[in-house]
Structure formats: structure tokens, C-alpha cells
Design a protein around this ligand. Structure first.
Ligand SMILES: Cc1cc2nc3c(=O)[nH]c(=O)nc-3n(C[C@H](O)[C@H](O)[C@H](O)COP(=O)(O)O)c2cc1C
Length: 325
């Protein structure tokens, strides 16, 4: 039996190329997916693709060598196909389609989760892209369980499989359920049993036990980790150690403080201004502080600071303190 795979979830505004770089360096992930690239009426230029998915210029791999899939979001099948071909021309080697985004602006334009009301449109989009893309380019999709309710979940999954996708990730909630727990992992099992393509389970895996539970309930071999992987950056690594039968020790905060410094450096290398690195760091600490009191402490120290050099000084001192503890 092939080893279970862990996939880093696409998370627009949260898991950009820098976060993908960091989390795949820490380890445990077999693949990651880009934030969605929205397709409306235009055809994106090379700089636009590179802005969203710089990995396409490096053989579709993060610096740690983990493959990155390009995710598209849209509703105009023909224009999505033209754009997918452009992405491939610029280097993409795997395309994923988003049928789960709950954002009102996206849904208003008939993209994301709203398509779950119309499985026939999902089928048309998947089939159009499958027919347009070269055979060697895998096409996959990601869905929620429905928009208002789950009554058409199996139809949507069938539309994706029948349209020619070779894999499906299921975030186990409807659009109206938002991010409210619980995630309905038993529905992933229903979908898995009903389609003939591999299904990846997703939703509410925040620790090792959740991982074991989602595997058991969904029956899926492969799991996608989203917020849990950002809140506990060593989660994927620990899961992989556990699967290998090795001690799955949690990282100490001294090590995490090193990753925080690295993340900030990577942000600065991407955009050497004050705004982007400081905002991204505050966003990440804002999530990590739900798990680690030390992240809360660091968050308080930088809360009012806007200058990147000043933040860097605080981060270095903080890491030193953590190492000395
Ligand atoms: C801030 C944020 C942005 C997201 N952006 C995307 C996206 O671009 N594409 C997508 O398919 N899903 C997106 N999602 C959904 C996640 O990929 C995932 O399905 C969801 O968070 C549930 O998994 P989790 O409980 O492990 O976080 C996003 C979720 C969050 C919280």
C-alpha cells in the first residue's frame, strides 16, 4: 500500500509562496496547492502567474523540493481552459479547480461554492478543462459538501469524476457551515465510496489525534491540512514521524522561534518594505497564539510596532531568550 500523503491546503491570503516555502522546509508535506488564481474574462500574463505561483518558474517545486499545484477558480469553462493552457505554457504541471470558495464576491460571479448548486456546470467545467489540457497534465478538484445543504454532494463529486478529474479533495462542510465545527468526515467517506477516483479528506485536522480520526472516519489514505498546519507548523512532520513508527515529539518553542525568524527573513526577501513582512508575521502569530502562549507573548511585543528592522530586533532577542530557557 502506498504511503499516506499529506497535502498543504490552498489558503488565499494566508498560505502564499513564502508560507509554502517555510512549511515545506519544516517537512512532512508531499504536495502543496497554490492560493486560487481567479479567472474572470481576461487571460493572465506570465507576471501574474508568477506573482501567485512563483514555483512554476522552479519546476513547480518549493525550495524544499515539494511539488506545487496551481489552483484555478472561475465559472467560464472556456476561459478557464485558455488560462489553464497559459499556466501550463509558463510551467504549471498540475491544475486543481476550486469548487468550494465561500467568499461572497467570488460566489456573486458564479465561482467557488455557488457552483455546487449546479453539478451540470461543474461537469462542463471539468470536462472542458480535461479536453483542453495535454493528457500528461493531471487535473484535480476541491469541493465542499454543498452550498446550503448536502443533498447534491454525491452528484457534485460524480460530476467532477465523470468530467475527467483524476483526484478530488473534499472539505467536509457546506458553504453555509463556513468554518463552524464539526467537519462532517463521514460525508467524505460517502463520497469516497461513490466515486472511482482517489479522494483526499480535509477539514479540522488540528493535531495528531484529529489526523488519525479523519483517516478512520473518512477511510481516506490522503489528508489535506489547512489551518492546523499554520497554527502548528510541525504538524505534518509529526504525523509523518508517527506514520514511520518514530517518536512524534512536538517542536519546542525555541525551534519555532527560529522558524518565525526564518519566515520574517523570507518575507523581507520577497518584499523589502515594512508593510508586507510585518503584516504577515502578525497574521501568523495571531493564529499560533491560539496554541502557544509564547506566540501570544511575542505577538504582544510586536503588536504596536510597524518598522520591519525594529520587529527583526525583537524577533532575534525573543529567539535568544527561548534558546536560553
Ligand atoms: C484564510 C483561508 C483561505 C482559504 N483559501 C482557499 C483557496 O484559495 N482555495 C481553496 O480551495 N480553499 C481555500 N480555503 C479552504 C482550505 O483550503 C481548507 O479547505 C479549509 O480551511 C478546511 O481545512 P482546515 O480545517 O484544515 O483549515 C481557505 C481557507 C482559509 C481559512
Amino acid at each position: 500500500m502506498p504511503t499516506p500523503r499529506l497535502i498543504l491546503a490552498p489558503m488565499q491570503g494566508l498560505v502564499d509562496d513564502v508560507m509554502r516555502d517555510l512549511l515545506t522546509r519544516i517537512g512532512g508535506f508531499d504536495e502543496c496547492v497554490s492560493e486560487f488564481v481567479r479567472i474572470t474574462h481576461t487571460v493572465h500574463s506570465r507576471p501574474t502567474w508568477l506573482k501567485y505561483v512563483p514555483e512554476i518558474a522552479s519546476a513547480n517545486k518549493t525550495p524544499a523540493g515539494v511539488p506545487c499545484t496551481v489552483q484555478l477558480l472561475g465559472s467560464d469553462a472556456e476561459n478557464m481552459a485558455v488560462n489553464a493552457l497559459e499556466a501550463v505554457r509558463f510551467g504549471a504541471d498540475k491544475i486543481d479547480l476550486n469548487f468550494g470558495c465561500p467568499a461572497p464576491t467570488v460566489n456573486k460571479h458564479q465561482g467557488g461554492a455557488v457552483l455546487l448548486k449546479e453539478p451540470e456546470r461543474i461537469f462542463h467545467i471539468v470536462q472542458t478543462l480535461r479536453c483542453s489540457l495535454p493528457e500528461h497534465i493531471p487535473l484535480t478538484a476541491k469541493m465542499r459538501l454543498g452550498f446550503d445543504d448536502k443533498t447534491r454532494a454525491l452528484e457534485c463529486a460524480a460530476a467532477i469524476a465523470d468530467g475527467g478529474a483524476c483526484g478530488l479533495t473534499v472539505h467536509a462542510r457546506t458553504k453555509v457551515e463556513g468554518y463552524e465545527p464539526p467537519a462532517h468526515w463521514e460525508w467524505v467517506d460517502k463520497i469516497r465510496r461513490s466515486v472511482g477516483i482517489p479522494v483526499t479528506a480535509n477539514g479540522d485536522v488540528f493535531d495528531l489525534q484529529d489526523y488519525l480520526d479523519i483517516r478512520r472516519v473518512s477511510g481516506c489514505r490522503d489528508v489535506m491540512l489547512g489551518r492546523g498546519a499554520v497554527m502548528r507548523p510541525d504538524l505534518a512532520r509529526r504525523i509523518k514521524l508517527h506514520l514511520r513508527g518514530e517518536a512524534a515529539q512536538e517542536a519546542g518553542f525555541a525551534e519555532i522561534a527560529g522558524w518565525i525568524n526564518l519566515f520574517f527573513d523570507l518575507c523581507l526577501a520577497k518584499e523589502a518594505n515594512n508593510k508586507y513582512p510585518v503584516a504577515r508575521l502578525k497574521q501568523w502569530l495571531g493564529m499560533m497564539k491560539k496554541v502557544y502562549p509564547q506566540a501570544q507573548e511575542l505577538f504582544e511585543r510586536i503588536r504596536a510596532v510597524k518598522d520591519a528592522d525594529e520587529v527583526k530586533g525583537i524577533l532575534l532577542r525573543f529567539e535568544e531568550e527561548q534558546r536560553g530557557r
